[in-house]
Design a protein around this ligand. Structure first.
Ligand code: ADP
Ligand code: MG
Length: 751
């Protein structure tokens, strides 16, 4: 039935918005249609109210009651005109998803009037309702920060991100208010508060650095910019529904590799299956309306794997938009009878999915601080920013490793398809030469300056030696897909994030380690300056040279998938963190804690401890869910099928023997089947025992929780793989009814 469903499925009709003359609207006309943008605010608010909002947004004043009330009124009218019946504070608790609770605009006034008159229903939305709301916080992960009886939590409007409407049921809409989530005493319970703090910190650290480096510097704010590439698989919904492992854990826990998967390398950038293209096109329509500036879509390496990417934005907005992207994709794919898999490794043996975070710093005049311009070797602002990133990773790289750790990503990292667990930075040959020449105090080789000046943004001219083709400029950096952190022309690309993870924590960590490095660099520059009014070129070069030497260890230009890198990295003293518990533990190292809580202060001490606990706890829970899912699939589906087949074979052997026929073919299969079934049974028992052992513990201290996550990793992770090895072997020997193998769920089913 499921298979038939995939053949007979009705393609949904998407009414792409058109003009009266039937022509399709331009994307620019659809973009932001459902966003209460600054432009809409400017139009719908009294001038002084709008001005006061902008001031608050730039951090120069608080939002007063009058302004808040006026904005609340304007946004309610705007939203209700577009069919909104409810509003919600939309926030990002530490469970990897977003949260919302809907409130209606309908309000009764005059309920207990002494006159006995009837209460009057009105549509209302006050400034205080806009500013904050109070969901019960007791059921969100808090890592021991609150007990149930102190359940007060507050969601507070994050004015840096615009409000928007999204479809509710029956053609109604819901007004979304991007918010942070904090406790009664102001402790962050969410991802966003930490990200916003890190934005402020990296901004002020950069401003301070620039003010010393450039005596005429006069900026007010530095933004960190983020462009998120998102990978995912798409499978047919009815085949998906046949797989309890996919449904419960997000990945297939069993399933052997089919004879044809990705060996032919025919999927990357191939033509998209039409069902997927139709779904993505509707998704893009929805995404544009809420202001997600989508740019690219293409087939990825794995069968039925795809990637989309928007233009970059300020990071807090880009994070909101990435989370929205995943939600909208999920919703729209449902309408198309498809299921999007965001898991990092849904299918063993084919590539997993990642999320690439492209990050840079931009001044309030729109200048990218990581833009090398024509002469990177003379561009001190660029060099110092670049070196601050290198120094951040050199000093605190483990924090980035901690930020990307989770059970699902463990299947991907270091699997020769995704960056290894060692954090190094790739700069490309030309930038490497620029740094080497400065360090060695010699003229620059390799790329000559005149050529650089001949084109706009840098890069040498590439002669293709094909007459009708124009000469084109080559990027300043080549590509190295094996590096977890690569300089890609005018930004860094952090590639180790898992596809399902929110970019929030990772970006907060990048901002934090860069800010910490910048504080140090500023101090050194000040020291070099001494009592002089400004830095000389030699002063700058001296500090730059020191930094180049100091951060050399984290630079790696070679193949990160090569085993020799593991040895080389260990010689250099770089950490090679193999599993998530080890990675989380880095958060608790004194050196890291001091940086995060004191030096840059993006975390309070309790917040960091609670995150440490939440991450370890989550890891254990994820492993237990996988362990329990797998044992039930084996016990309920796989073993019964194996036993039945064995019985059929045994009956045949007896029957054939009784008529003195040749039973050797059946016997031989029976003989090869038996040890696999016995092995599977034993491996499953071991898994069950180990799962119980972990499940029975209820640790109360941070140390005990940490220990439990190491134990769980040790006794469940490999036990699951062991069971899979037997089942996948079994799958090649028998047909298991009610179970469709690994990749039959994908590729051809979405075409
Ligand atoms: P690639 O495949 O080379 O990584 P993509 O086009 O898929 O390139 O993605 C590049 C991403 O980097 C886009 O989201 C783009 O907007 C983003 N990006 C470009 N410049 C910056 C910048 N200065 N800061 C942050 N992100 C950027
Ligand atoms: Mg990329």
């Amino acid at each position: 039935e499921a298979l038939l469903g995939t053949f007979n499925r009705q393609r949904p009709v998407v009414n792409y918005p058109k003009r009266a003359d039937g022509k399709i609207l331009y994307p620019t006309e659809i973009f932001n249609e459902n966003v209460f943008s600054l432009k809409v605010m400017a139009k719908s608010l009294p001038k002084p109210v709008f001005a006061s909002f902008l001031k608050q947004r730039r951090g120069r004043q608080n939002l007063d009651k009058y302004t808040a009330d006026a904005i609340a009124h304007a946004v309610r009218v705007w939203a209700m005109d577009r069919g909104a019946s409810h509003f919600t504070h939309w926030f990002q608790p530490q469970n990897g998803t977003t949260a919302e609770k809907h409130d209606g605009f309908l309000t009764l006034i005059g309920v207990s009037l002494p006159t006995g008159e009837e209460a009057v229903p009105i549509d209302a939305f006050s400034g205080s309702q806009l500013l904050q709301s109070e969901p019960d916080a007791s059921s969100f992960p808090s890592g021991g920060l609150r007990t149930t009886f102190e359940a007060r939590g507050y969601t507070i409007w994050d004015t840096s991100c615009p409000m928007f409407i999204q479809a509710g049921p029956h053609g109604t809409n819901i007004l979304y208010i991007p918010s942070v989530f904090i406790s009664y005493d102001g402790v962050a319970l969410d991802e966003k508060t930490i990200l916003l703090r890190s934005n402020e910190v990296v901004s002020s650290a950069t401003l301070e650095l620039l003010s010393v480096l450039e005596s005429d510097s006069h900026y007010n704010h530095i933004s960190n910019t983020l462009g998120v590439e998102q990978e995912f698989f798409v499978v047919d919904r009815s085949l998906y529904s046949l797989r309890p492992d996919l449904k419960i854990t997000g990945r297939t826990l069993i399933g052997s590799l089919p004879p044809r998967h990705q060996q032919l390398e025919d999927h990357y950038f191939g033509r998209m299956p039409s069902r997927v293209l139709e779904m993505l096109s509707e998704f893009e329509l929805e995404a544009l309306k809420v202001g997600i500036p989508l740019k690219t879509r293409h087939n990825e390496v794995g069968p039925a794997q795809f990637e989309i990417a928007p233009s970059f934005e300020e990071s807090s907005i880009a994070v909101d938009h990435n989370l929205l992207t995943m939600e909208i994709l999920h919703k729209v794919s449902h309408r198309h009878g498809l299921r999007v898999l965001f898991h990092e490794k849904p299918f063993k043996g084919v590539n997993g999915s990642g999320k690439h975070c492209n990050w840079s710093l931009s001044t309030d005049r729109g200048e990218n601080l990581l833009d090398p311009t024509a002469r990177p070797e003379n561009n001190y602002r660029f060099l110092i920013t670049l070196l601050a990133v290198l120094k951040g990773i050199n000093d605190y790289g483990a924090l980035l490793r901690a930020a990307i750790a989770c059970l699902a990503n463990e299947h991907r990292l270091g699997a020769h398809e995704a960056p290894p667990g060692i954090l190094s930075v790739f700069l490309g040959a030309q930038l490497t030469e620029a740094l080497d020449s400065i360090e060695e105090n010699r003229p620059i080789k390799n790329f000559s300056v005149p050529q650089f000046q001949s084109i706009q943004v840098g890069g040498t001219m590439l002669d293709l030696k094909v007459a009708p083709l124009p000469a084109i400029s080559r990027d300043l950096t080549d590509r190295n897909r094996t590096s977890p952190f690569a300089f890609t022309g005018n930004k860094f690309e952090f590639r180790a994030l898992g596809s399902k993870q929110s970019p929030s924590f990772s970006v907060a960590m990048i901002n934090s380690i860069v800010a910490a490095a910048m504080y140090d660099i500023t101090a050194r520059l000040k020291q070099a300056m001494g009592s002089k009014p400004k830095l000389s070129i030699e002063d700058k070069l001296q500090v730059i040279r020191e930094l180049i030497t100091e951060t050399k260890n984290v630079r790696f230009e070679g193949d990160g998938y090569n085993d020799s890198w593991v040895n080389e990295a260990s010689k250099r003293g770089l950490l090679n963190i193999k599993n998530s518990p080890q990675a989380f533990s880095c958060l608790n190292k004194e050196y890291m804690r001091d940086m995060l809580t004191k030096k840059v202060g993006v975390f309070q001490k309790g917040e960091l401890e609670s995150r440490f606990i939440i991450l370890h706890e989550r890891y254990v829970k994820d492993l237990l869910i996988e362990g329990n899912t797998l044992t039930s699939i084996i016990n309920q589906r796989i073993l019964p099928a194996a036993f039945k087949y064995r019985k059929t074979l045994a009956d045949s052997v007896i029957a054939l023997k009784s008529i003195s026929g040749d039973s050797s073919p059946e016997e031989s299969i029976l003989n090869s089947l038996s040890p696999v079934v016995v092995g599977l049974l034993n491996a499953t028992k071991t898994l069950e025992t180990n799962v119980k052992k972990i499940e029975q513990q209820a640790p109360h201290t941070a140390d005990a929780i940490e220990k439990l996550s190491y134990d769980a990793n040790e006794c469940i992770f490999n036990a699951i793989e062991e069971v899979r090895a037997y089942t996948d072997n079994l799958e090649t020997l028998i047909w298991i009814k009610k179970y469709n193998g690994n990749i039959s769920t994908i590729k051809n089913t979405v075409e």
